[in-house]
Each structure stands twice: as C-alpha cells, then as structure tokens.
Design a protein around this ligand. Structure first.
Ligand code: SAJ
Length: 418
C-alpha cells in the first residue's frame, strides 16, 4: 500500500451512495466537498439535514456539517480526489445512459490539477472508466491521463464500484470488501490509499475493466437467482404446489439455496445492471437476458391472478400491502408494487386501499378517487382481498386471525402456512 495524504475529497452526486460516502469520509476528519445538481439537496445538506431515508445517515450528516468537515455545492471546486457517484440508468432498448457520468466528468475537468485522483463508483458498463479518461483529455490537453502515459500520468483514474445494501448503507460502507480497479496499477494503489481511510473490509486490487464487470456480475448473479425462484413460483402455481414449502424443503439440501419469489424485481440496481452486460455481449448473454425477462414478467402474473379473484366481486375492496421495492425501506423507485397498483387502478378492478407504513402521502401517480392510503388495521377491517406486495416486518408480525375472512394473494409468501 502507498502512503498518500488527502486533505480534501470531493464527492459528485449526493444520493443514496454519494451522501453516505461523503459523510463517512468527513467523519474521519477530512474536508469533504459534496457536489449535486439539485439546489434543494444542496440546501438541505448544508442545514445538516438529509433528503433521503437511510438509518443513521441523519446523525452522521448533521455532525459532519456542524464540524465544518462537509459542505455541499452546485459547482465543483478543487480537491485532491474526486469520487463520482451519479446514476447510470438505461434508455430505450435497455442501452446504458452514461450522460450523468459524462456531465460530471466535464464539470470536474476545469478544476483538475496535476496529482489528482478520480474514482468512478457508479455501476457502469465495461470500458466506461477508460472513456472518462478520454473525455477529460479532450478538455484538458495540458494534463497527461493514464491512457496516454501509463508510467507517469498527471491524473490517476480508477473504478471502485459501490456494493452497499439500502437500509444497511452506513454499516456496509465500512465493513464490506471493495474491488478497486485502476487504469494502471499505480491508479489502483492511489485509490486503495483513499478507501483505507474508512474501509475496514479488504481492498482488492485489479484493473478497471475487471472491476466494472465484477459489479455487473454481482447484481446479475442475484437477478438470475431471483428469476429462478420466480419461475419456480409460476411452475408451482400451475402444478398446484406451495412454492414456499417446496423451497424450504429444497433448501435443506447442503448445497441448495433458492432465493424468494416475489411480485418482481425493483430498485435501481438489480433490474438495470444485467442489461449492461447484455448490451456489451448480446449474443453471448442469453441466460442473463432471459432472467431479466422472467423477473420483468412477474408483475403481470400477479395481476392475472388478481383479475380472476376480483372478478368474483362487484366492486371489491383490494388492500395492497406495501409499495416499497423491498422490505422495511421507503424507496418506491422501480417498485413492482407500484407498477401493479397502477394497473389495478387503471383497470378499475375495485376500490384500492394502500397500506405503506413507510410513507405519509401517496405518490402523485397513484392518487385517484378510488385510492386511499390507510393503516394496516383499517385494511384488515374493511378489505375483501388482501394482496401482499412487500414483505415489511410489520406485515410479517401482525396477527393473522382476520385473514381467515379474506381472500389472500400473498405474492411475498409472508404468511407461508396459509
Ligand atoms: N428480491 C426478491 N427475492 C429475493 C431477493 C430480492 O424478489 O430473494 C427482490 C427485492 O424485493 C427487490 C429486488 O429483488 O425488489 C432487489 O433487492 P435486493 O435486496 O436484492 O437488492 P438491492 O437492489 O437493494 O441492492 C443490490 C445489492 N446487490 C447484491 O446483493 C448483489 C447491493 O449489494 C448493491 O450495492 C445494490 O444492488 C447496488 O447498488 O447495486
């Protein structure tokens, strides 16, 4: 490991990854300049508050801002190292959209100076880190980048993909092992010196392309495994077998660990990243593409089942339990639950009662005359049909006696014994 000192580190993108990273680095006594395009986010953070929900993040940000170690700005300022943590969604045809990275790189380029380190944390298709060097070289022809001179570049460039789990970000940021891929070995060693400031896990050195592919592999691995569970649930429905019992029996084999079926795969990561592999190798990535299709078709399967149940009633009261894309968080991004509820509303299947204890107001896309956000108790008192879409702990822990009077469509298998 090399010995390098960082006085100021800048984090570009203050969302679910960037803000916790900035706050954790600031908590180690380093000056951190957070940069975001949202004026609102910048103002909230500079007041010591947070604009996202993540356990323990509020305290960390408040203390970092109060001690003067963290400040947020709209325009990048000079720093010794820059960490880019902006979104990489896909556009039409599941093609990766690198416009946020490109824009971040072009905004940083004017303040770069000899000796600076630039790290990409955003999940990206293979080759993106190399592309960043080329974008910067176009703007700063006074600086030497690693793809131009691998021996002695002015700027070091590396990819270190984030791999934290929403809900456990602060803990995992410190504890998880990190894959650090440099454009050159020296680039990786410089980045390692930065992560050693706060990472207790191992820092594993490789090249940038392998690091990019490692992150895509992790999320594709999970997606393929969830697709296996989702496909099993559809097969079991046809064969009249309880899939939850089946999986728990199969998982008693010492080398089998089937994941849980659900109403589909949500969030900004698992449902997106596998497409980056498919885009780079469309002929070869057959299983990965198929897994995406299996998971994306699961909301329709749930809707078909609901349609046939609802058709037995004139105007059924349908209680949808959970909107978040997974348990015990408030995040509705790319949530299959939201997609399903939208269809129930647009098809007028009945009166829609939504139970989502982690939000206080329905998102605009779900507002309507036939829709209400209510408590779990109210839902149990009034609904004809109970549709579970998210496995929040409060749902798992509730008394199930009232469920006997209802028709239950449990897409998460939280009441497995029923
Ligand atoms: N899901 C199932 N069945 C399961 C597990 C998950 O249906 O057995 C669903 C969830 O309900 C959710 C979706 O999959 O809708 C994704 O949830 P998740 O918990 O698998 O993953 P994320 O998106 O919260 O976080 C993932 C993590 N990656 C892996 O576990 C390999 C995290 O470590 C990454 O940092 C994150 O993606 C990311 O940012 O890339």
């Amino acid at each position: 490991m090399i010995n390098k000192k960082f006085n100021t580190i800048s984090v570009i993108g203050l969302g679910y990854i960037g803000l916790p990273t900035a706050a954790v680095i600031a908590s180690r006594g380093i000056n951190v300049i957070g940069v975001d395009v949202s004026q609102e986010a910048v103002e909230i953070i500079n007041q010591g508050k947070i604009h996202i929900v993540e356990p323990d993040l509020d305290m960390l940000v408040q203390s970092a801002v109060t001690t003067g170690k963290l400040k947020a700005t709209l325009i990048p300022e000079p720093a010794d190292a820059f960490i880019i943590a902006v979104p990489t969604p896909f556009k039409d045809g599941h093609k990766p959209d690198l416009s946020f990275i490109e824009s971040a790189v072009k905004k940083i380029a004017p303040v770069l100076k000899k000796g600076d380190l630039l790290i990409l944390e955003s999940t990206s298709p293979v080759g993106t880190t190399e592309k960043m060097g080329e974008w910067m070289a176009e703007i700063r022809d006074d600086l030497v980048f690693p793809h131009q001179s691998s021996d002695n570049p002015d700027i070091h460039l590396a990819h270190c993909p984030e791999r934290v789990l929403p809900g456990y970000i602060i803990q995992e940021l410190v504890a998880n092992d990190r894959v650090i891929g440099g454009i050159t070995q020296q680039c990786a060693l410089e980045a390692e010196a930065l992560y050693k400031i706060f990472v207790k896990g191992a820092c594993l050195i490789t090249d940038a392309r392998t690091a990019e592919m490692a992150k895509l592999t992790e999320n594709s691995f999970r997606d393929v495994n969830i697709a296996f569970a989702n496909e099993l649930s559809v097969i079991c429905d046809k064969l009249k077998i309880n899939v939850w019992e089946l999986i728990s029996l199969a998982n008693r084999h010492p080398r089998v660990n089937v994941l849980s079926p659900g109403p589909g795969v949500g969030g900004h990561c698992i449902a997106v990243d596998p497409w980056f592999i498919v885009d780079s190798a469309p002929e070869e990535a057959r299983l990965i593409a198929m897994a995406r299709e299996v998971n994306d078709s699961k909301p329709d399967f749930v809707l078909n089942k609901l349609r046939s149940i609802a058709s037995e009633f004139k105007t059924p009261k349908i209680a949808c339990l959970g909107l978040a894309f997974k348990a015990d968080i408030d995040d509705l991004r790319e949530s299959p639950a939201v997609e399903i509820v939208k269809k129930i509303i647009s098809e007028n299947m009945g009166q829609v009662l939504i139970v989502e204890p982690h939000i206080s107001k329905l998102p605009e896309q779900l507002m309507g005359e036939q829709v209400e956000l209510i408590s779990l108790d109210q839902a149990m008192d009034t609904a004809n049909i109970i549709l579970t879409l998210t496995d929040h702990s409060v749902f798992k822990q509730m008394k199930t006696d009232k469920l006997k009077e209802k028709i239950v469509l449990d897409a998460r298998g939280i009441w497995r014994e029923m």
